[in-house]
Design a protein around this ligand. Structure first.
Ligand code: DAH
Length: 347
């Protein structure tokens, strides 16, 4: 074995003995570095004659190439071993049982609203949604509640110091009643020229806002508006529809309703609807559930309809209240605290 072969053997052995990439680089320096053995050999060429320099030079270059390829082979082997070790350390045991996330469910208020929609839907009512940021005109004025009228304080709301594109003041709607006007106007426009106009039958559930907060009031709460307008719709229809709705909602055919005279600017006459269960722990106790009434002629006019011809009723109820009664919840705030221990009971 000549000196060059011995050097290759030694380099290969040193590389193989280097356990890490850093130590491999040290071994490389011993052979290929500035003061390394191969470099020294190349420097020694200067002392040789021309012919000898040529053969010896070619041999040393060949040696250098072999050492480099031994080095690369070892580098790759180390990298592969490192990757292997890493994979092993991070190995996933795919046979381990997963960590289950609890199944979600509908919020009790959403459930109540779905029930309301299904029952009124079966009676031919459409379901409409409207904006929560509403104009002052829709929230009050169109509902026969003029600016600066004290009746506005019945629905004290959050006023927004901003106007819409048409210059109307904005607020967070304090009730769903503006949806009467939005829906009826669109309906009247869609059926302009139809004689008679097809009846308006709609409910509009959604979020509403008021400056109010205690066990039975939350600054954000839900309402569901109802509206039925036609040529011959009377209070009698309201009584039948609403009583039937309650009996189906609570699955209690013994439910009785009572209409108590009241005041709302947008209805005349107006009534609070009370109900009493026919069975269960609250049997016979009167509970206030909704405001209602025959829609005021000024409001019918704001729908774009002739109040001499079209007449009907409206009501506004609280799905939160209905959900509390149906599910036996005593504090309204529980609905909005998002405590999973409470919510999981409704899955
Ligand atoms: N908007 C009323 C409120 O929030 C409730 C109401 C009463 C709605 C009478 C109606 C109605 O549609 O006819 O207090």
């Amino acid at each position: 074995m000549n000196d060059l072969d011995a050097l290759l053997t030694q380099a290969t052995a040193d590389f193989a003995a280097a356990p890490t990439a850093a130590e491999l680089e040290n071994a490389k320096a011993r052979f290929l570095g500035k003061a390394g053995r191969v470099t020294e050999l190349l420097k020694g060429l200067g002392k040789l004659g021309v012919d000898e320099k040529k053969t010896r030079g070619a041999e040393i270059n060949q040696l250098k190439a072999r050492i480099e390829s031994a080095l690369n082979a070892r580098r790759e082997a180390l990298a592969a071993a490192e990757l292997e070790a890493q994979l092993e350390a991070q190995a996933l045991d795919v046979t381990l049982p997963g960590r289950a996330r609890g199944m979600g469910g509908l919020h009790p208020v959403s459930r109540a609203i779905e029930r309301i929609e299904a029952i009124f839907g079966s009676m031919g009512f459409d379901v409409a949604e409207g904006p929560e940021i509403e104009t002052d005109w829709m929230s009050f004025t169109a509902l026969n509640n003029p600016e600066n009228h004290p009746a506005r304080s019945m629905q004290d709301t959050f006023y927004v110091d901003m106007k819409d594109a048409e210059g109307l003041w904005l607020n967070l709607r304090p009730h769903t009643s503006p949806m009467q006007v939005r829906y009826a106007k669109a309906h009247a426009a869609r059926h302009a020229g139809a004689d008679p106009m097809p009846e308006i039958r709609v409910i509009a559930p959604g979020r509403t806002y008021r400056v109010d907060s205690d066990a039975t009031h939350s600054p954000m709460f839900h309402q569901c508006e109802g509206l039925w307008i036609g040529e011959h719709i009377s209070f009698k229809d309201l009584k039948v529809v609403f009583t039937d709705f309650l009996r189906r909602f609570f699955e209690d055919d013994g439910i009785e309703t009572r209409f108590r005279p009241s005041y709302f600017p947008f209805t005349e006459p107006s009534a609070e609807i009370d109900m009493a269960f026919g069975s269960g722990p609250l049997k016979g106790k009167w509970l206030e559930l909704a405001g209602s009434g025959q829609v005021h002629p000024n409001v019918v006019r704001n729908y774009g309809l002739d109040p001499e011809r079209y007449i009907g009723f409206a009501f506004g109820m609280g799905p939160d209240r209905l959900a509390m009664l149906r599910y036996g919840v005593s504090d309204l705030r529980m609905f909005f605290e998002n405590d999973l221990r409470f919510l999981y009971q409704f899955r």
